[in-house]
Design a protein around this ligand. Structure first.
Ligand code: GLN
Length: 540
């Protein structure tokens, strides 16, 4: 029978519940168990697709095209699970389904209530991924005590009642702050948060304490006494430099063994040597490489979370530390790119929406193309690369994308639904995994080492097929195309050390143990450029 682990959070948000849940996944997989993770978010939006990434962080896209919470990215990076729509549920989606059923008369005139109807719907969602897994780790978003989260907590309480202690486990993440003035770590917030949980009938089995230092035995004993959790199940979740260290910190304290024994599952051999070696590589880079990320920030780097991770993975693959300079694209509209991007060993324009900063991004592309600096354009970054090429190489001075200028005489990119023959696909965005055939001998084919790939999309605008030949004639290489619709997926430049734009988001599939080949190659090329630049400088 599938076992369930429920991870809740107390005291405040942003304690790293997603990473804690993902790290538990890493540990259980290391014993050979088949696991997956789910995220339940208490808000009433049906999915995060329409939520502002500057407030909520990036929208993570799965193979099946679900627009999900960024924690699903952690789940995929830390474990081998492949997530889907069934791995992310919001309260809005739960209610949407209940209201639809109510309108259809499914409830046969009964009063539709939070208990049992909402809680039953939530429990069904827990079971939606149970079949193929030994253990499902369920992360409940928000903080215990929030009004919105109550139905989820009630549902997990009922899960314990119906499945029993050996099949369900409650893990609670809290904060143990260090108070500088008194030089002490304080347990009171943890006590309060667990009291809150117990008041609704949930006794945690394990407590993860987020702290800046390892908890001393006496402090663990105090937490144990006040929360009714056995001493060995009070675990330090210490701050770390790199998130990939967390599974190792948990393993040090035998969290995996405690979980398996509580769930009455045999402990197999813990196999973490590959993971440890990866963390060692992160800690011992041979050199650094500077990447300028030209985008739109509004202060929240979490809106590019998977991208940042994938760049780090490219660093791991090359044993390099990747320094990211976050360059506001608008600055490049006023200032000389030579000055702003002087330190860049490589330039990346990530995905994005809207017109702000577009001309700045296009000038970054031009600078990278003309100065032979490795350039990587993702989705919007590919649009910018194609437009720049059309304007400055193919001579179509007024070329643009209809996303930026609806009435441009040369629509290099336009809304994909306007393409003939694909109107029936539904939705306004191309979402999820699509296949792409790579051109023999191209940079893309060399990078992937195969002829067909599958990558995830999230966009409305596509390369206009009318301009394919025109741009090809002036030297642009179209190295990847979707075989079903003939859509352009990858563009490159001949005679440039490394220049690639892709319509998809490769960052969603990169993992620390399997760095994405494009990121690996890009970081490698940036490092070559760095070495060359240093040699050139010495010559001067
Ligand atoms: N805004 C562009 C589009 O919708 C690019 C989206 C993206 O970069 N993901 O096509």
């Amino acid at each position: 029978m599938t076992k369930f682990i429920f991870v809740t959070g107390g005291v405040l948000s942003a304690l790293g519940k997603g990473i804690a849940a993902a790290s538990i996944g890493t540990l259980l997989e290391s014993h050979g168990y088949k696991i997956t993770l789910q995220k339940f978010d208490p808000y009433l939006n049906v999915d995060p697709g329409t939520m502002n990434p500057f407030q909520h962080g990036e929208v993570y896209v799965t193979d099946d095209g679900a627009e999900t919470d960024l924690d699903l990215g952690h789940y995929e990076r830390f474990t081998s699970t492949r997530t889907s729509q069934e791995n992310n549920w919001t309260q809005g989606r739960i209610y949407e389904s209940i209201i639809k059923k109510e309108r259809k008369g499914v409830y046969l005139g009964k009063t539709v209530q939070v208990i049992p109807h909402v809680t039953d719907e939530i429990k069904n969602a827990f079971f939606s991924v149970a079949d193929k897994n030994d253990i499902v780790i369920v992360e409940i978003g928000g903080t215990v005590g929030d009004i919105e989260g109550a139905p989820f907590l009630e549902a997990i309480r009922q899960m314990r009642l119906s499945l029993g202690e050996k099949n369900t486990l409650f893990i609670h993440l809290t904060l143990v702050p260090y108070i500088k003035t008194s030089g002490e770590q304080k347990t009171k917030p943890t006590q309060h948060s667990v009291r809150e949980l117990r008041a609704i009938g949930i006794q945690p089995d394990i407590i993860l304490c987020r702290t800046d230092r390892f908890l001393k035995k006496e402090l663990k004993a105090k937490i144990s006494l006040f929360t009714n959790v056995p001493l060995d199940a009070v675990i330090t979740a210490k701050d770390v430099d790199n998130v990939y260290e967390i599974p190792l910190i948990f393993a040090q304290q035998d969290l995996d063994k405690i979980i398996l024994s509580k769930l009455d599952l045999p402990k197999k051999t813990r196999r973490l040597s590959q993971w440890k070696a990866m963390v060692d590589r992160i800690k011992n880079p041979k050199d650094t490489v500077n990447i300028s990320l030209v985008g739109k920030y509004a202060g929240l780097h979490d809106s590019y979370l998977s991208l940042k991770q994938a760049l780090d993975h490219g660093g791991i693959a090359n044993q390099l530390l990747v320094n990211i300079s976050w360059v506001e694209a608008e600055i490049l509209e006023k200032d000389d790119p030579k000055k702003i991007l002087a330190q860049a060993d490589g330039i990346l324009v990530p995905g994005g929406f809207g017109t702000r900063g577009i001309e700045g991004k296009i000038s970054a592309v031009r600078y990278a193309r003309e100065q032979n600096i490795p350039y990587f354009g993702i989705c919007l970054g590919m649009q910018c690369a194609a437009v720049e090429y059309a304007r400055n190489v193919a001579g179509l001075k007024k070329a643009n994308s209809t996303e930026f200028q609806a009435k441009t005489p040369h629509k290099i990119f336009f809304k994909w639904r306007e393409l003939k023959g694909i109107r029936d696909l539904g939705g306004t965005m191309r979402l999820g995994a699509y296949s792409c055939k790579l051109q023999k001998g191209s940079l893309a084919e060399r990078i992937y080492g195969k002829g067909t790939i599958h990558e995830r999309h999230r966009h409305r605008f596509e390369f206009n097929p009318e301009y394919e030949d025109i741009l090809k004639r002036s030297g642009l290489v179209i190295s990847g195309k979707n075989p079903d619709y003939g859509l352009v997926e990858i563009i490159e430049l001949k005679g440039h050390p490394w220049f690639l734009g892709c319509q998809f988001h490769p960052e969603f599939k990169s993992k620390p143990l399997q760095p994405h080949p494009i990121f690996k190659s890009f970081i490698g090329a940036c490092y070559e450029n760095r070495k060359k630049r240093h040699i050139d400088r010495r010559k001067i």
